[in-house]
Design a protein around this ligand. Sequence first.
Ligand code: UDP
Length: 230
Amino acid sequence: MERVDGRRFDELRPIKIEAGVLKRADGSCYIEWGKNKIYAAVYGPKKVLPRHLEKDDRAILRCRYNMAPFSVEERKRPGPDRRAVEIGKVMQGALEPAILMHYYPKSMIEISVEVVQANAGTRCAGITAVSVALADAGIPMRDLVPSCAAGKVDGQVILDLAKEEDNSGEADMPVAIIPRLNQITLLQMDGKLTEQEVEQAITLAMQGCQQVYQLQIDALRRKYAGAEYE
Ligand code: UDP
């Protein structure tokens, strides 16, 4: 089966990752994933605001996901909506198990994801970019968190749906993993799949995550290989 952009069923869109692109953030990353263009910024660990959210034994993680009004075909109303709140929450859930939160009691790590161009799969691209930004910020982690979706279009289980495929498809399943722990930290599903297709989609998405993982490592190597540590 030929896909809209000529990809094989198990092929990712072209991905470019660059670490450390924003001067004012403690850590940052820019990712182009197909037609998605996304910045991730990390601040902290720093003092918790508002104070009542503070935890005595560990840091807290706050994730803000924002889509620019010009990032989508039909102009998006500026400001947070239910979808943005949901994505902030699932990003937090996907990333937190990878971070050594107990190293930083009474502090917070703040994450911003700014989608400047969207074409389906922004939560996966966002999580991927944030974990590179966390590494760029020097925040201790168990591992990076690569993320990638699989779904079903025209009766076929395929990797990494582009917008046209997402629109016409039967299902979309974003996944994120912590490779070293062999742990899944994000698993959502839109649409309908049989039990067997769920298995296929998870396997395919996890293989996609492994490819994304290599690109994350390459991006960090490009930034830091041979560099003096400050
Ligand atoms: N989208 C849009 N307008 C919106 C929200 C989303 O055009 O207000 C598009 C955008 O391309 C996005 C895609 O729909 O990437 C799929 O959105 P979904 O909520 O499934 O999240 P994503 O796949 O980006 O994680």
